[in-house]
Design a protein around this ligand. Structure first.
Ligand code: 5GP
Length: 115
């Protein structure tokens, strides 16, 4: 068994971070190092999928649930428009291997495509 991910530890209350929204299977927090006026992370509660490719293949309904929460949060925290980023693999900047979407919104710079 590997160590629980940082997001599992946040969900369990072991590391402090406000859970700003949740549905049955996903939850959302604010990114600790925001790259946009609104920068949230939407994360499945279970960490069995390491990245979005595995998630899409293994549980498309869960991916849809995650995107639904991202959309609701963009409407709640900004004007409803948002950029959804899944860094996939270390060479693309992924540092936490528990799949998560970056939700970027609220006055985005054209050039800041990454998260
Ligand atoms: P990745 O680099 O894997 O795409 O995204 C991981 C994200 O998690 C980074 O944007 C990083 O700022 C965020 N992060 C890492 N540790 C913590 C933490 O303890 N709390 C919160 N709220 N965000 C974190």
């Amino acid at each position: 068994m590997s160590e629980p991910s940082i997001f599992t530890r946040i969900l369990g209350g072991e590391i402090p971070s406000e859970i700003i929204a949740e549905t049955e299977n996903v939850f959302a927090i604010r990114d600790i190092a925001p790259k946009a006026p609104v920068h949230l992370l939407v994360i499945p509660k279970r960490e069995e999928y390491r990245n979005v490719v595995e998630l899409a293949a293994g549980d498309p309904d869960l991916l849809a649930e995650l995107i639904g929460l991202a959309s609701s949060l963009a409407a709640e925290h900004a004007d409803g428009d948002f950029r959804l980023v899944f860094n996939t693999g270390p060479n693309a900047g992924q540092t936490v291997f528990h799949v998560h979407a970056h939700v970027l919104a609220g006055g985005l710079e054209e050039e800041s495509l990454g998260a």
